[in-house]
Design a protein around this ligand. Structure first.
Ligand SMILES: [Zn+2]
Length: 204
């Protein structure tokens, strides 16, 4: 049974790579963060409060064009009620860090480890500007609680959200040419886990 599951996942991974999609690895608590300094930047919450503006910082080690591509995606995050304000310094609510995935057997382009405020993107693994924008939106949404919306069961290494199967920014394998557009399934996932309950109290 376990072998069947592994083989099924491998087939999906091969299919997704054939389609030109590449993966996101979300890690759960307990797995080591690639950057030990991130330990001081644990997030105080994972939900989105639409009444609040969250600060975002983008690593200066990304090329100017890549930084620009991510900055251009910030307004699209309002589709999930996430208002972001770009900051240059300090400890933001979400910090997009440059990262290198040196594992040749891994398809991972982006990474988020609960409960940190850092998200990681490997620019060398991202194939198009649009894909970078989708990885950005996907990882930032993870930071605020959204989990994977799968196209098919067992897509990706992490559990699929129970909202159903279909296309979404939160698909574990990330498209190359589709601009960032959160789908009804993404929004269902947002309502399931990502939206702060009414009366949410800001803790800092
Ligand atoms: Zn992901």
């Amino acid at each position: 049974m376990v072998l069947r599951k592994v083989l099924f996942r491998l087939m999906i991974a091969i299919y997704c790579v054939w389609l030109g999609l590449s993966g996101c690895g979300t890690q759960s608590q307990g797995i080591r963060n690639p950057d030990p300094t991130a330990i001081i930047m644990q997030s105080d919450n994972r939900c989105i409060d639409p009444a609040r503006t969250y600060s975002i910082r983008i690593d200066r080690r990304f090329s100017h064009d890549r930084q620009q591509a991510m900055i251009e995606t910030i307004p699209a995050m309002e589709q999930i009620g996430l208002r972001l304000r770009l900051v240059e310094t300090g400890m933001p609510d979400v910090y997009v860090r440059l990262w290198r995935n040196y594992n040749p057997l891994s398809f991972t382009m982006g990474l988020y480890t609960y409960p940190y405020t850092y998200v990681y993107i490997d620019p060398a693994r991202v194939l198009t500007r649009t894909q970078l924008q989708r990885v950005f939106a996907h990882e930032v949404a993870h930071r605020f609680g959204l989990q994977h919306v799968c196209r098919v069961p067992y897509e990706g290494k992490e559990p699929c959200s129970p909202v159903g199967f279909g296309e979404g920014v939160m698909n574990p394998f990330i498209q190359m040419y589709e601009p960032v557009q959160f789908t009804p399934l993404d929004l269902q996932e947002l309502r399931r886990v990502g939206l702060c309950s009414s009366g949410f109290v800001r803790t800092r």
